[in-house]
Design a protein around this ligand. Sequence first.
Ligand code: ADP
Ligand code: MG
Length: 322
Amino acid sequence: DVVRKIAAGEVVTGCFSVVKELVENSIDAGASLVEIEIRSGGKEYIMVRDNGSGMTNQEAKLAIKPHTTSKISSIEDLDSLITFGFRGEALSTIASVSRMRLSTAADSEELGTILEIAGGSVTGQKPLSGSNGTFVEVFDLLYNTPARRKFLKSASIEGRMVTEMIQRFILAFENVDFVYSRDSQTVFDTRGAGSLQDRIALIYPGISTRDLIPVSGDSGEIKVNGYVTLPSRTRKNRMGENIFVNRRYVRQFELNYALERGYGETLQKGNFPFAVLFIDIDPQEVDVNIHPQKLEVKFASTAAVLDEVKRAVRSAIKGAGH
Ligand code: ADP
Ligand code: MG
């Protein structure tokens, strides 16, 4: 129990981290639609529903036990991992510090399963009829660790962090639709916004698709794709620089600098571009696990990555006549 609660400190750093883990699981499960709802910033209620593969009754029970993952079967898998999860502790940890309802159905079974869990223990079980997918509801996060619950921020800050998280998923997974609501208000509904441009416009109403320049670089090993804004459409901070490595959002200043250096002289001091950049690289060439919140990654050859980012951005800016 103590170990569980310590692990909770790593997995549950705020409502946003719970949402992040649940949405990652939905994406890993092959969902094409993920619905997210939070109340009071997630402190009262978090739900993530997907139309992915679902779990059998046995899988569902296993999933809420510590250190079980279906995503790795050998140590070699660690090197070529492209799914998000592999520690096999997110769901069980969240379950141990909340009241959770896990409803899930898989193709291979006629009936699905509803598990009611409180503080990690199953308190009820019912069959579920319905289509494939998984529906996780988290009530009263950290209710059984009151000292830790106090560290949750206000509902508005927690909610804002969740919203930022969802924005990144919307940008990074064009093939997945997201419907996100906060206190019963729909914040984002990507259905019908299939292209990255559409999604940028959906999230940033202030950015016109006319201001977006496509970036595409391919050095063979390293691919850099996405959009940047014209040098005349810059901002005063780096918040608009969205950089993803293998579809994971990163905040890693060397990458931001490489992006900015791509603008060369056209970027004035104190100005920063808006960008959505995807760096895609062989998973064996990148270690995503050096940071607990996984906001930084480690490349086998950093210089080559930075060069390719700069080069791709430079050629996009030049192509746009600057
Ligand atoms: P990990 O993602 O690291 O494997 P988790 O604790 O997040 O660990 O999930 C445990 C297991 O539960 C997963 O390996 C997967 O088999 C199953 N699972 C969790 N969420 C879902 C989901 N939304 N759809 C299908 N299976 C899921
Ligand atoms: Mg996971």
